[in-house]
Design a protein around this ligand. Structure first.
Ligand SMILES: [Mn+2]
Length: 425
């Protein structure tokens, strides 16, 4: 029977085979990170392994070898009865193995077993995540002398370079999951509105959002950012210690991870029911840049052009505020906006909040139908400039790239218009 996971594995096998070489791919479970001595951070499955298997099992490796008699292998550890006393039994791998038509190999030495299994491959796509069997194999193969590595793959490539070719374009199942995740984030923000008033601490708001995600069956996809007033000038502010004050903004950058899929929304919300005119102007400049950038999104467009669309609007705004002076083309050419808009326009979104993409450093280059990306321009002032206090405004939505435009997956649920935001309380 064809399932979501068996068809993804079939696609990967086909793609590996298409190179004309003997290519192997090994993807392992994430290691369990230590928090303190013998306590651990909550387990998070490796995104690539989850994509191909849907499994939450620890200590397993999926090996794909389209050239071999057994093209799909699941490497698993022997049953650990002592561990099961504490952690419960490991989920059975058999149903997954049946789905993927995989050979199950039980081994207590995954490195040794993997070396034997990749013998005869030309190229191996392996992970770099420390503590995984795949990365251990990579280290072992790179360290071996040419004599000792005879018969073993000579070319070693990042596994993520390969999996990005499949994961960059989202299938309908994934789009549905991202939409569900985005709906929880939007709902969490709406429910947080009564907290967004003078005297509330940043950490109370973060705690509420995190609570909402967990109560919805998810968890925060990343460290929730709640940054009031000048805190927002720090892009990934994690201080969470400041109290909100009337007449300033609170910037909230947050996302739920639901069923392993992330969403990522930023709203910058006025505290109290009035705002200085220059802060209103600043907000409207960023909002306009965001809307123009979203309008630019469609298949075939370069992400750098989406960026430039926003950068142009922000520069026009900075001129209007009197912060930048001079002719627009020159200001754009010398990227005069950079001190105030120091990040990109957005990123790929999926199982990872900063999801895989095909460009260098996982950057999105040319937009294709079925990509999901964020659009998140912002302006930041670490100290008072011109008419503005130290502050930051960022507005972020998640969009699905279509052939004729973008579908905003986070639209309509939580407002962006300033007048609307001011009248909501
Ligand atoms: Mn983001």
């Amino acid at each position: 029977m064809k399932t979501l996971y068996s068809s993804r594995v079939a696609k990967a096998l086909k793609l590996l085979k298409a190179s004309g070489r003997r290519d192997a791919l090994a993807i392992s479970s994430n290691p369990l990170p230590v928090r303190s001595r013998d306590t651990h951070f909550p387990y998070r499955q490796n995104s690539d392994l989850f994509y191909f298997t849907g499994s939450q099992a620890e200590h397993i490796t999926l090996l794909l070898r389209p050239y071999a008699d057994e093209p799909v292998v699941l490497l698993v550890p022997p049953e650990d009865k002592a561990k099961a006393v504490w952690d419960g039994p490991q989920p059975s791998i058999r149903p997954l193995a049946r789905q993927l038509k995989a050979e199950v190999v039980v081994s207590s030495d995954h490195l040794k077993t993997l070396i034997a299994l990749v013998r005869g491959a030309d190229t191996a796509y392996l992970q770099s995540i420390p503590g995984t069997a795949s990365a251990a194999l990579k280290a072992e193969l790179s360290a071996r002398s040419s004599l000792a590595s005879r018969g073993l793959p000579g070319a070693l490539v990042e596994a993520e370079r390969f999996t990005a070719r499949l994961r960059t374009i989202k299938d309908s199942h994934e789009i549905k999951l991202i939409k569900e995740s985005a709906a929880v984030t939007s709902e969490a923000l709406l429910n947080a509105l009564p907290l967004l008033q003078s005297g509330t601490s940043e950490h109370e708001i973060a705690a509420f959002l995190d609570y909402f995600y967990r109560a919805s069956g998810g968890e925060p996809a990343f460290g929730t950012i709640v940054a009031a007033g000048n805190s927002a000038a720090t892009l990934h502010y994690q201080g969470l210690s400041r109290k909100l004050r009337d007449g300033e903004f609170v910037l909230i950058d947050t996302g739920c991870e639901l069923n392993m899929y992330a969403s990522d929304i930023t709203r910058t919300i006025p505290v109290g029911d009035s705002l200085a005119p220059q802060l209103k102007d600043l907000y409207d400049i960023v909002l306009r840049a965001q809307m123009m950038a979203i309008k630019k999104v469609k298949a075939g467009v370069l992400m750098s052009d989406v960026f430039l669309t926003a950068a142009k609007e922000l520069t026009i705004g900075l001129k209007y505020l009197g912060i930048l002076k001079g002719p627009l083309p020159q200001l754009l050419k010398k990227q005069a906006y950079r001190p105030y808009f120091p990040h990109g326009i957005g990123h790929s979104l999926g199982i990872d909040v900063h999801d895989v993409a095909l460009g260098a450093n996982d950057r999105v280059e040319r937009l294709e139908k079925g990509m999901v990306i964020t659009i998140e321009p912002g302006l930041y002032f670490s100290k008072p400039v011109g008419p503005l206090p130290a502050c930051g405004v960022r507005i972020e939505d998640d969009v699905l790239v279509g052939s004729r435009g973008a579908e905003v997956l986070t639209a309509g649920v939580f407002p962006k218009g300033l007048e609307h935001l001011l009248s909501m309380r």
